[in-house]
Design a protein around this ligand. Structure first.
Ligand code: 6PG
Length: 251
């Protein structure tokens, strides 16, 4: 791992998500103190749902300066927002409905649109809100990410075109395994963030976690290994089950 990366292992999912919430609150307050706003991109999938439910609870809801926060999404399935597979829909039920933020502060990918148009529209939305014009890369304060068993993150799947995107901020990425497009932030955006936080829980991730964090030299890199924020901070937050194949002495 690079010097500004850290791996932290927690005894159980509840502790993992509590510490993640504490870190999110600290990053949010620092961003608001410095720049007046906090820009976060939420992860999709199942893992972060417990974190979002925790952040929505009364005792946590007031720990994050949500009134100064703009919520974006790291990726989205090409389904309507009320579809059971929607990452926005999951976050809405688990967190957003409890925050009652103004619509102007929740930036959903228009996943019901044609994928290329949706990706282009989201790119414009990011540039407009984060005030990054021209070639300037937008600077998220925090991007939450999950990890798939094939080493994908967001919707950057192994062998897909979006992995090589150097210009666009958002890609409409065709994923053969799903026979469909996904919308995803691209590596230039992920690698420009102040903080990138992987949240990984469960025994099913133990193999890929070992592969990425401690495996011997390989001729290829998994998509998640390409997330190397410069000069941002990279956090790998794992529960013990996800870390069970790691050599603790080498973490
Ligand atoms: C998605 C996510 C994806 C997810 C990983 C892990 O849209 O599914 O962005 O990258 O984070 O697949 O998913 P789980 O948390 O469900 O294991």
């Amino acid at each position: 791992m690079r010097s500004d990366s850290s791996v932290e292992i927690f005894p159980d999912p509840a502790t993992l998500f509590r510490v993640a919430a504490e870190k999110i609150a600290a990053i949010a307050h620092a961003a608001v103190a410095t720049r007046g706003r906090f820009f976060i991109a939420l992860a999709g999938g199942n893992t972060p749902r417990e974190l979002y439910l925790l952040l929505a609870r009364d005792e946590w809801r007031h720990q994050v300066p949500w009134a100064n926060t703009h919520i974006f999404f790291g990726d989205e399935r090409c389904v309507p927002p009320d579809h059971p597979d929607s990452n926005y829909g999951m976050a809405k039920k688990a967190l957003l409905d409890r925050l009652a933020l103004p619509a102007s502060q929740v930036h959903r990918m228009s996943s019901e649109q044609e994928p290329l148009a949706a990706a282009a529209a989201y790119e414009q939305e990011i540039r407009r809100v984060l005030e990054s014009a021209g070639n300037e890369l937008p600077l998220f304060d925090l991007i939450l990410l999950g990890l798939g068993n094939d080493g994908h993150t967001a919707s950057l799947f192994p062998g897909t075109a979006a992995l090589h995107e150097k210009e666009k901020l958002v890609a409409a990425n065709y994923a053969e395994k799903f026979k469909s497009h996904r919308l995803t932030l691209t590596l230039p955006v992920l690698n420009n963030a102040h903080h990138v936080m992987f949240l990984i829980s469960g025994e099913s991730k133990a193999n890929i976690v070992h592969e990425i964090l401690q495996a011997p030299q390989r001729s290829f890199q998994y998509p998640a290994e390409l997330v190397q924020p410069e000069p941002g901070k990279l956090w790998w937050l794992l529960d013990r089950a996800a870390a069970m194949k790691l050599n603790p002495a080498a973490v």
